[in-house]
Design a protein around this ligand. Structure first.
Ligand code: CMP
Length: 229
C-alpha cells in the first residue's frame, strides 16, 4: 500500500478519528503497512518492543505461554484495535505474544514517532487511556471469574461477553459466529478443551444455547446469567 492508502486506513480507525487531515497525512508518512497471514506470530512475549500496531482488518490473539507450552489467551483484538503500546510506553519487553488468528492487515508505527504523536495530541492520549482502562477492567473481571466462578460459570460468562460484543438478535436468540478453535475458546474461559466441550454440550442439551459449527446462539441468556454464581 502507498502512503495515500495508509491515510485511507488511518482515517477509518477510531483512535485517529479526531486528527485533522494534515495531521493524518503527516502520520501516514510515518506509518508502515504490515500484513501477516493466519497463524503467524507478529511478535513473541519478551521480545524487545520497537513498534505499536493498529489493526486495519483481521483478528489478533494476545497470549501468554506456560513453561510447558500451554497457552492462555488474554484477549482477541480486531479491526480498529491497537496493541504493542505497553512496551513503547514503559520500555519493558513485550508482555505477551501476538498471533494472527486470521489474515491480518496492520499499520505500524515506530516508538519515537508513537511517543511524539502522544505528546502532540492530548485527545489521542486520552483515547488510549480509555482503552487501557477498559482492558484493565476486563483483566480484573477475568481474575474475578478465575477466582470465584466454576467452569460452567466461566463458560457462561464468556458466551455472554461474545454475544454482547459480536451478537445479533435473531428470533432464535443472540447469535454470533466466531473463528476460534475449541482450544482457544477454552483458554479464553480459563478451562480445558474437554471441560469446555462438556459444558457446551450440557448447555445445548438443556436448550440454553444452540451450536452449529462456528455459529453459536444464546437461546436463554437469563439462564446463562444464573450460571455465573
Ligand atoms: P506489549 O506489552 O508491548 O506487547 C503485548 C501487547 O499485548 C501489549 O503491549 C498490549 O498491547 C497487549 N495486551 C496485553 N495485555 C492485554 C490484555 N489483557 N488484553 C488485550 N491486550 C493486551
Amino acid at each position: 500500500m502507498r502512503a495515500l492508502d495508509i491515510k485511507h486506513s488511518l482515517q477509518h480507525l477510531p483512535l485517529f478519528a479526531d486528527l485533522e487531515v494534515a495531521e493524518l497525512e503527516q502520520l501516514a508518512q510515518l506509518c508502515r503497512n504490515r500484513a501477516v497471514t493466519k497463524g503467524n506470530v507478529i511478535f513473541y512475549e519478551d521480545d524487545p518492543g520497537t513498534s505499536c500496531y493498529i489493526i486495519v482488518s483481521g483478528k489478533v490473539k494476545i497470549v501468554v505461554n506456560a513453561d510447558d507450552g500451554r497457552e492462555h489467551i488474554l484477549g482477541v483484538l480486531q479491526d480498529g484495535d491497537f496493541f504493542g503500546e505497553m512496551s513503547l510506553i514503559d520500555g519493558q519487553p513485550r508482555s505477551a505474544s501476538a498471533i494472527a488468528v486470521e489474515d491480518v492487515q496492520m499499520v505500524t508505527i515506530q516508538r519515537d514517532q508513537f511517543m511524539e504523536l502522544l505528546r502532540a495530541n492530548p485527545d489521542l492520549t486520552l483515547k488510549l487511556l480509555v482503552t487501557l482502562s477498559h482492558r484493565l477492567r476486563a483483566a480484573d473481571r477475568n481474575v474475578e471469574s478465575l477466582a470465584f466462578l466454576s467452569a460452567p460459570g466461566r463458560v457462561a460468562r464468556l458466551l455472554l461477553e461474545l454475544g454482547k460484543d459480536h451478537g445479533e438478535r435473531t428470533p432464535e436468540g443472540l447469535t454470533f459466529t466466531h473463528n476460534m478453535t475449541r482450544q482457544e475458546l477454552a483458554s479464553l474461559a480459563g478451562t480445558s478443551r474437554e471441560t469446555l466441550t462438556r459444558v457446551l454440550m450440557d448447555y445445548q442439551d438443556r436448550g440454553i444455547i444452540h451450536l452449529d459449527k462456528n455459529r453459536l446462539t444464546l437461546k436463554n441468556e437469563a439462564k446463562l446469567k444464573e450460571m455465573m454464581v
